[in-house]
Design a binder for this molecule. Structure first.
Ligand SMILES: [Zn+2]
Length: 350
């Protein structure tokens, strides 16, 4: 049973996972340098400053990517991408220690670093709620499976992803040992780019619902078995990397986080025009997150609002509102409004 305290705790865990996530550790390290003595007031100021700096890094990335995307998208889409994140409204709690983005003018582009981060955050909350509901209401457990194959050159990426899709379908539907244990899965395609070797690494992250007694049953499959089946589904003897692990209840946030991570990171596809072209062409029109069985059913329930009690709740009272505008010539955000909000009744949920 998820009570409100548990839901709030989950929210905090997810928040802390998110704050560990950064596309550019080298560019944000300046924020974390220790100064020995930190003024409490300064620390609070830093919280908003930290958020702004993260957003600034994403906006700069977004501008770079927008330039690369120009030949691929319509003039309208291009304009929307240019404007993405230009106006951002933050909410702060009474202590100014808790900060969140209330709204922002966004483009919803698949390759927009700002919009990717927003979507990943929403996905992690949704997936986490759905996993908790499946566990509690259906009495199921979960395994995480990562399926990989050797890297491919850019010109083969699209073909390789097609091969992954076909092999995965075969594995799930036509291999009895897998079809038998699968009660529903969520599959995420992720592609990384290796700068040194100039090649690409597509792989699948899968979270699969299984019977709670699966781990002690005769249907249980060891990693070696998964590897053998994946190798044969891909018809590739060179495959050595398959990762399988049991998910624990306390992992639902972490697992949801793993699967909600970006399909591709801006530090990868923003490497150069050529690399962007490869990513864009290979991923265009593809469904990145595929839900099956119980996951499909429970996403529908979640959409219909039937799983509200599993959603993480943010009951913070946000006292202040701050609006920032992006200043193109200066490449940074400037504050245009900072005000106290009128107290609302009711609970803020996200
Ligand atoms: Zn955007």
């Amino acid at each position: 049973m998820i009570n409100d305290t548990a839901a709030t705790k989950k929210m905090q865990e997810i928040d802390s996972l998110k704050s560990n996530d950064t596309d550019h550790p080298e560019r944000t390290s300046q924020n974390t340098k220790s100064e020995g003595f930190v003024d409490k007031e300064k620390e609070k100021e830093n919280k908003l400053a930290k958020n702004l700096n993260k957003l600034r890094v994403k906006k700069l990335d977004s501008l770079k990517v927008t330039k690369y995307a120009k030949n691929h998208v319509s003039p309208n889409t291009h304009e929307r991408m240019c404007k993405c994140g230009n106006i951002v409204t933050f909410l702060l709690d009474e202590t100014k220690e808790k900060v969140k983005v209330e709204k922002a003018e966004v483009c919803t582009g698949r390759f927009c670093p700002i919009c990717q981060a927003t979507k990943a955050k929403k996905d992690v909350l949704k997936i986490s709620a759905v996993m908790d509901a499946i566990e509690e209401l259906e009495g199921k457990a979960f395994i995480f499976v990562t399926l990989t194959a050797p890297n491919v050159p850019g010109e083969d990426l699209a073909k390789e992803i097609n091969k992954y899709n076909k092999a995965f379908r075969y594995l799930m539907q036509d291999v009895p040992a897998v079809a038998k244990i699968n009660k529903g899965y969520l599959r995420k395609l992720e592609v990384t780019y290796n700068k040194d070797r100039d090649d690409y690494h597509p792989h699948f992250h899968v979270v699969m619902a299984v019977e709670s007694y699966y781990f002690k049953s005769r249907d249980y499959m060891r990693r070696e078995k998964w590897l053998e089946l994946w190798k044969s589904a891909m018809k590739d003897k060179r495959i050595t990397q398959v990762d399988v692990k049991k998910a624990y209840r306390s992992d639902s946030g972490t697992g949801a986080f793993e699967i909600s991570k970006y399909v591709a990171k801006s530090c990868d596809y923003g490497s150069s025009q050529n690399v962007f072209d490869v990513f864009y062409t290979a991923l265009k029109g593809r469904q990145m997150l595929v839900a099956n069985g119980l996951f499909k059913q429970y996403f529908k329930k979640h959409k219909e609002g039937a799983l509200a009690k599993y959603d993480a709740k943010d009951e913070t009272y946000y006292k202040y509102l701050a609006v920032y505008h992006w200043i193109f010539k200066k490449n940074h955000y400037e504050q245009v409004i900072f005000e106290e909000r009128e107290r609302e009744t009711g609970v803020h949920t996200e």
